[in-house]
Write a protein that binds this ligand. Structure first.
Ligand code: ATP
Length: 905
């Protein structure tokens, strides 16, 4: 009976003595029955009182702070100062126009930062944790944020604990509390109330489980006593918030930007001094030099890189790849080896029982059961099983029968369904013979055991990998007593089934007059009586084969690491094309354990399949691969995978079937647990990196063009080609929209046919530097040539012409650098519509500054004649033609890198 619910206390301070109280008393006080949990409406009610179970994020900046950031740049402040001074001595319009441009610049910067922030917030939202909770008698998986005090939470190995819990029921529960206490030893938990007056340290409150810590072993049921900022984690949350969110690329760019800024400042100083010496007005020269510095110092590069990465990360969600750490977006393209799990990633994880083999007799679901041994095997499969019932009722209204759905590991749900096919309902068996004790499954041991009441004593059912269970069996079980067991022949049958790609489990039982001591459970998994083998089929994912092929053409080696049997692993690997022959080498966990580091490092170059590996060994494989210079992506889903996920260059966790611990340790989460998604993410990573390179190339070439123009003019005895307003305008219209539109540039053709980029390779690799300086010089040269010609031929509009050439040549430049190798006509103008739109808009704005009479005085421009405009357009087209020629030269120079069908050795 549900005890009557006293209204939960509002004001909300959680009990700080929960560890001293009896768990059931606390539950009663919270108005909840630990067997059924809160009702949904009660939970909703409490959520209003207690708020969301979330920690406050102190690092997110509000819009005002973001906007203010845009004005903090030193050069912008100098420019503002100079504009005000110039307004005081000269024309007020100058000041106003400069102010407007600075504000527009800030708005663009703000919009970029805002979009990046929004994209990141959306990603964090998606990555938010979930919790398994008991509500109204049903097991539900809910976002951890909706938990309220009084909720009953179910925990299992791999869960991140979603709130502070008073433990009510546990089975071998061990918790890693290092996130909270710094203590790296896992803590074994208990449920009894603690005693004593002295305040206990968190680590000593062994009947509590704290938010943010993780379950490493066992299972439990706990009562939520504190949520959100009231949890122990919440109390220290402010201290934890030291996440450095900049990526290596951003840091390198920022450092590089600082050095470049010094160089630009040097150039600006020279421009100023030379100008003044030639008799120009010092104020004009100061403003020119400052404008040039503002335009040419790439202070915005790291910010724009963030935007490109964040927008890219958001796009990756659409292909089911959730990025948890931004830097991995830029490094994905460098992956040379993908180490992947088999079950669920390469296969569908939609298991079903193919057959049951007991005492040499086969049973397939659908047929009548041949013997009592088969029946007992199915009973064992259903009882020694952690699958839980969802929507826990079969309704039989006489017409419709609502089948139960099962929540849990696909291996286990497949077994429940097999038992059902043989006439055994797990719900009924559980009710008749509830589990009284257990030794949970663990992928190191590869087996699990549960204890149930039977007659006057108890029965223990064990299930697991045949090599793990059979050595513990001494006889064959029959209803009439033990029969002799031929282990070798059973093992041979298991191997034969595995070689067909099936997953085989052995089931066994043993009677116990008394329940063994919890500490000795491991030891009692011996002298078992074998029941039978169950073979499960888990078909490969249909898309995995093509993804494996794509990997290989992209110079990436796919490697399978599985806890499954070597024969099963090889059969699947062969079907997917990971290995070509049926005698491909397989390294097992046992063999691996015997290899020293140096030998392993040699073996990893040949081995594509690792079987019966326990997760702790994955880290050795990663390290060996890294020692050979590989850049490794590694998938994982379990608690024990976390160290290898952290160690890998890109840790990849499963979003559907993975544990919270694995997700926390990874930088990429596959929302569909699919291998093909990793390959798609690598492709996307390469595309994003390419686009960052394109943006940097574009922005810096433009800047270099501006510098060459202003710097070289006096050396060629030409007057200052551009006024400050022109420089600022060019900077505004060219860097703003067209630059960002490069984020929408589709992947280059052949992007997955080129080898991975070395992770240490500079962003400017492949002659980008030379190109930036060279094409910049070309732009500067064209501006000055037009200026010299116009002056020589008496065109009074020479300054407007230089201004126009500079803007338009950046437009032709951005169209030309859309691909590093392919000509624009093959890409097609429409394949990046945002860019086309941005270029057309910029062109229109430029025409407005020239031809709208009221803008002429502001921009100090004069309308150009058709011939003059034609000359400007022609000069700008020269830039396009030269960049296309440069690309053609590059195409011819490295045909090998682009050859599509040549898989790298
Ligand atoms: P992968 O590493 O590719 O995901 P896996 O799922 O086979 O493969 P584990 O979950 O570590 O890896 O399982 C290892 C072995 O343990 C399995 O091959 C199976 O024999 C056994 N096993 C798996 N699940 C269970 C279970 N629920 N109960 C008992 N034994 C199991």
């Amino acid at each position: 009976m549900v005890p009557e619910a006293p209204a939960p206390r509002s004001g909300i301070p959680p009990p700080d003595n929960a560890h001293l109280r009896d768990a059931r008393d606390l539950a009663r006080e919270q108005g909840v029955d630990p067997r059924t949990g809160l009702h949904d409406d009660e939970a909703a009610q409490r959520a209003l009182q207690h708020g969301a179970n979330e920690l406050q994020d102190h690092s997110r900046r509000g819009p005002l702070a973001l906007l203010a950031d845009q004005f903090k740049d030193f050069m912008v402040l100098v420019l503002l100062g100079a504009a005000i001074v110039s307004g005081m001595v000269g024309e007020l319009t100058d000041t106003l126009v400069i102010l407007v441009i600075v504000v527009l610049n800030a708005v663009i910067g703000f919009v970029q930062a805002w979009r990046a922030d929004q994209a990141m917030a959306a990603l964090r939202q998606l990555a938010a944790a979930h919790a398994t909770v008991l509500r109204g008698g049903e097991v539900q998986v809910v976002p951890a944020s909706v938990l309220v005090p009084g909720d009953i939470v179910l925990l299992e190995a791999g869960n991140q604990i979603p709130a502070d819990l008073r433990l009510i029921e546990i089975a071998q529960l061990q918790v890693d509390e290092s996130a909270l206490t710094g203590e790296s030893v896992t803590v074994a938990k208990q449920t009894d109330a603690l005693t004593g007056d002295a305040p206990l340290a968190l680590g000593d409150r062994v009947n509590m489980a704290f938010k943010g810590t993780t379950v490493t072993h066992g299972r439990a049921r706990g009562l939520v006593v504190a949520t959100g900022m009231h949890t122990e984690l919440g109390k220290v949350a402010a201290l934890l918030d030291t996440d450095d969110r900049s990526t290596p690329l951003q840091r390198r760019l920022a450092a590089f930007g600082k050095r470049l800024a010094l160089a630009v400042l040097g150039i600006c100083a020279i421009v100023f001094v030379v100008g003044v010496l030639r008799g120009e007005a010092p104020l004009l020269m100061a403003l020119t030099a400052i404008s040039l510095a503002v335009a040419a110092i790439p202070e915005a590069l790291p910010a724009v890189v963030t935007v490109l990465l964040a927008l890219g990360a958001r796009r990756m969600v659409a292909i089911n790849a959730l990025v948890r750490r931004l830097p991995s977006v830029e490094t994905l393209g460098s992956v040379t080896t993908i180490c992947t799990d088999k079950t669920g990633t390469l296969t569908q994880n939609r298991m079903h029982a193919e057959l049951l083999l007991a005492q040499g007799q086969r049973w397939t679901p659908g047929d009548p059961l041949p013997s009592a041994v088969h029946a007992e095997t199915l009973r064992a499969a259903a009882l020694c099983n952690d699958a839980s019932h969802q929507g826990a009722h079969d309704e039989d209204d006489g017409h419709t029968h609502v089948p139960a759905t099962w929540l849990g590991d696909p291996t286990e749900t497949a077994l429940v369904l097999a038992a059902h096919a043989g006439g055994f309902e797990k719900t009924e068996l559980d009710a008749a013979q509830p589990r009284v004790q257990e030794q949970p499954f663990d992928s190191g041991r590869k087996r699990m055991t549960t204890f149930h009441k039977e007659g006057a004593g108890f029965v223990a059912y064990t299930k697991g990998a045949p090599e793990s269970v059979l050595p513990r069996c001494t006889a064959q079980w029959t209803p009439d007593g033990s029969a002799p067991l031929d282990s070798a022949s059973v093992l041979a049958s298991a191997d034969a089934l595995a070689a067909q790609g099936l997953r085989v489990l052995a089931l066994a039982r043993r009677n116990h007059p008394r329940l063994p001591d919890t500490n000795a459970i491991d030891a009692v998994e011996s002298q078992l009586e074998l029941l039978g083998l169950i073979a499960l089929i888990d078909p490969p994912r249909p898309e995995a084969k093509a993804a494996v092929r794509d990997c290989i053409t992209a110079g990436i080696t796919p490697v399978m690491i599985t806890g499954d049997h070597p024969a099963t692993a090889r059969a699947i690997a062969r079907r997917l094309g990971i290995v070509g022959s049926s005698d491909a080498p397989v390294l097992t966990g046992v063999e691996l354990a015997e290899l020293d580091t140096a030998t392993l490092a040699q073996r990893v170059e040949q081995v594509r399949i690792y079987a019966r590996v326990d997760p702790a060994q994955k880290i050795r494989i990663v390290e060996a691969l890294q020692a050979r210079g590989h850049f490794v992506a590694m998938t994982g889903d379990g608690v024990n995978d976390a160290p290898a996920l952290k160690r890998a260059d890109i840790g990849v966790a499963m979003g559907k079937n993975g544990t919270d611990v694995a997700r926390e340790a990874s930088s990429l989460v596959l929302l569909d647990d699919n291998f093909a998604t990793i390959v798609a993410a690598v492709k996307e990573g390469r595309r994003i990196y390419d686009n960052i390179r394109k943006f940097v190339r574009y922005a810096m070439t433009g800047n270099s063009g501006e510098i060459w123009t202003i710097f070289l003019a006096p050396l060629l005895t030409l007057p200052i080609p551009l006024l400050p307003i022109h420089i600022l305008w060019v900077n505004l219209v060219t860097d703003g929209l067209p630059g960002l539109a490069l984020a929408a540039e589709p992947a280059e053709r052949g992007i997955m046919q080129r080898p991975p980029r070395p992770p240490t390779e500079s962003l400017f690799a492949g002659g980008m530097w030379q190109s930036i300086l060279g094409i910049g010089l070309l732009i500067g040269g064209l501006c000055l040539a037009v200026q010299a010609w116009a002056i020589a031929t008496g065109h009074a509009h020479w300054q407007t012409m230089v201004f126009t050439v500079l803007t338009l040549s950046q437009m032709t430049l951005v169209m030309a650098i859309r691909s590093e190798t392919e000509p624009l006509w093959r890409l097609g103008l429409a394949s990046n519509r945002p860019l086309l739109g941005a270029v057309l808009l910029t062109f229109a704005l430029q025409m407005a500054t020239i031809y709208l009479p009221w803008l002429n005085p502001i921009f100090k421009t004069e309308p150009l004649s058709a011939a003059e405009l034609g000359i400007c357009l022609a000069a700008a087209m020269v830039v396009y033609v030269v960049v296309e020629l440069e690309k053609a030269w590059r195409r011819n120079r490295r045909p090998a890198a682009m050859a599509p069908d040549e898989p790298p050795a």
